[in-house]
Design a protein around this ligand. Structure first.
Ligand SMILES: Nc1ncnc2c1ncn2[C@@H]1O[C@H](COP(=O)(O)OP(=O)(O)OP(=O)(O)O)[C@@H](O)[C@H]1O
Ligand SMILES: [Mg+2]
Length: 247
């Protein structure tokens, strides 16, 4: 079953008199409960695409359907409400509130959606266990490592129980062991809670976690998975057979 569909999406940024075409005729279907990666080099359009899917930005043209709703026709206020109810976005500059502890940061987010105090506290405790930060719940962000911070950010977003979670390059600047730990938590969330996940990366090592790989370059997405690989990285064909065996 499809959660969302992008049809002929274009994004053009205007900078004074000049224009930057960031996304060109994007067609993309994301299935409910699945784990998709947007994979491409720097400047390829990953963030532009995630900004549109997260409803933070509107496309210049094209249609965006989410759970049967035509979001391209929504006004800003309705789009903001829709995002609050359905989408968690861990953008690359998403940060914790510096003067609050890990617990308080997560509780603050939980209170935005859960008015009942006991239920909200239970949710915070549960998510703290999930991201393995229970023992660090009283620490402030500046006392955490970058990987611990990233896990806390995931908890802040997940505690609101969004249908879709987007992560823009969640493992950038992390060493490969820590990056794997972060990806494993995201996989666990996807498997246990059925949350649909889309994450972007330029790291070849990370795409192995995804169910579906969508290559992007110069604002265009590849027609299929095979093209994503051959086109962008010139990998040997046997690599595909390995990847395709998963499906
Ligand atoms: N707000 C903006 N105004 C003008 N141009 C922009 C804006 N945001 C992005 N661009 C341009 O659009 C293109 C795609 O950028 P985008 O940030 O989406 O790529 P990206 O794949 O996320 O890159 P990176 O890996 O460096 O984060 C680039 O040419 C970029 O310079
Ligand atoms: Mg980016």
């Amino acid at each position: 079953m499809n959660l969302m569909e992008l049809k002929n999406i274009n994004k053009v940024y205007c900078q004074g008199k000049s224009e930057v075409v960031a996304l060109k005729d994007i067609n993309l279907v994301v299935e409910k409960g699945k784990f998709t990666t947007i994979f491409g080099p720097a400047g390829s359009g990953k963030t532009s695409l995630l900004n549109i899917i997260s409803c933070l930005d509107k496309p210049s043209s094209g249609k965006f359907l989410f759970d049967g709703k035509e979001l391209s026709s929504f006004g800003k206020q309705d789009l903001d409400l829709f995002r609050e109810d359905n989408i968690g976005y861990i953008s690359s500059d998403f940060d914790l509130i510096p003067y609050m502890t890990v617990y308080e940061n997560i509780e603050y987010a939980a209170r935005l959606v859960e008015k009942n105090n006991i239920k909200s506290k239970n949710k915070v405790m549960q998510i703290l266990q999930y991201v393995e930060l229970y023992d660090l719940k009283n620490k402030r962000p500046n006392e955490l490592s970058s990987a611990q911070k990233k896990r806390a950010v995931i908890a802040v977003v997940m505690v609101k129980e969004p249908v879709l979670v987007l992560l823009d390059e969640p493992t950038i600047n992390l060493d490969s062991k820590t990056a794997d730990q972060i990806m494993e938590i995201i996989v666990k969330i996807n498997e246990d809670l059925g949350t649909t996940i889309i994450f972007s990366t330029r790291d070849l090592q990370m795409i192995d976690y995804a169910y579906k790989i969508v290559g992007i370059k110069n604002g265009k997405i590849a027609d299929d998975e095979k093209e994503s690989w051959i086109y962008y990285y010139g990998l040997p064909t046997w690599f595909f057979f390995l990847v395709n065996n998963k499906y």
